[in-house]
Design a protein around this ligand. Structure first.
Ligand SMILES: CC(C)(COP(=O)(O)OP(=O)(O)OC[C@H]1O[C@@H](n2cnc3c(N)ncnc32)[C@H](O)[C@@H]1OP(=O)(O)O)[C@@H](O)C(=O)NCCC(=O)NCCS
Length: 162
């Protein structure tokens, strides 16, 4: 398995990964929309034997500092639980850190995302429609994330997700 940047010929395979993993087309459409809007800041595929088996996207949030949202991430059902998702997330976070982003937020299962350093406590000071135990954040630059007046808002295409 190897990780690499998504390239234009991957579009259909990336769509397939999300549709299979989520059992619906909403996340695949979200990826298409974010890509079209130029908001796919980090878009990585996991490739095995010439096939795309996983994908992760990170896109900009409207936040009091330079922050990305990690979403969606998906691995083909038959390739899950082999560390592909973790590898995609770790590499995605490394890319974000290298590019100078200060924080990453994710909406997901704490038990899964805490292993990458995300925590609900870090996200808890920020107002967001997603605020709650599944709204997690990770500071990439070692600094405490100070909420200040700020809220954390996802780009409009996320509002179309059911
Ligand atoms: C979430 C997902 C990307 C993980 O990919 P993966 O390659 O299976 O993940 P890894 O092999 O790195 O990690 C497997 C671990 O994740 C856990 N895990 C996977 N999905 C989980 C979930 N929804 N909730 C809690 N834990 C989950 C497994 O129990 C396993 O835990 P363990 O290491 O303690 O045994 C994959 O399961 C997937 O595509 N799911 C459907 C889409 C989805 O829900 N995406 C996340 C929301 S955007």
């Amino acid at each position: 398995m190897r990780l690499r940047d998504e390239i234009p010929p991957d579009t259909a395979a990336v769509r397939h990964v999300h549709t299979q993993a989520f059992g619906r087309a909403d996340e695949a459409r979200l990826v298409d929309t974010l890509r079209e809007r130029g908001e796919a800041v980090v878009s990585l595929v996991a490739q095995e034997g010439g096939a795309v088996i996983g994908h992760v996207l990170l896109s900009p949030l409207d936040a009091p500092f330079r922050a990305l949202g990690l979403a969606p991430v998906a691995v083909l059902p038959e390739a899950q639980r082999r560390g592909v998702g973790a590898a995609l997330i770790r590499e995605g976070l490394a890319r974000a850190r290298q590019a100078g982003w200060e924080a990453v937020f994710v909406l997901g299962e704490p038990r899964y995302y805490e292993r990458f350093g995300f925590s609900a406590a870090t996200a808890s000071g920020f107002s967001s429609p997603y605020a709650g135990p599944h709204f997690l954040a990770l500071s990439l630059r070692g600094a405490r994330l100070i909420p200040g007046e700020g809220s954390v808002a996802y780009a409009p295409p996320f509002q179309e997700l059911g």
